[in-house]
Design a protein. Structure first.
Length: 88
């Protein structure tokens, strides 16, 4: 999952994305595409269906509420603390 997906969700922006690793579990409701044609088809459909688009925006935003800078840094520090001390 890329940082732009988190930023788009946090800003309340509708988006479609390619299926990649973590975005499959964090953003199950965000439409996925594998070809440019699928992306265009999804965008046309969601542009014509406001309620469905707004639902995706709401759920994606809720999915990243805990993705704050402070929590991310704390997680990185926790992972670093688990690493064995360098030898030498």
């Amino acid at each position: 999952m890329g940082p732009r997906e988190i930023e788009l969700a946090a800003c309340g922006t509708f988006f479609v994305t390619e299926p990649r690793g973590e975005n499959l579990t964090v953003f199950p409701e965000v439409p996925k595409f594998t070809t440019p044609g699928e992306a265009a088809e999804l965008l046309r459909w969601y542009l014509a269906h406001d309620a469905a688009r707004e639902r995706v925006v709401r759920l994606a935003g809720e999915a990243v509420e805990g993705f704050t800078f402070e929590r991310r840094v704390a997680h990185v520090l926790e992972l670093l603390d688990r690493q064995p001390a360098p030898v030498g």
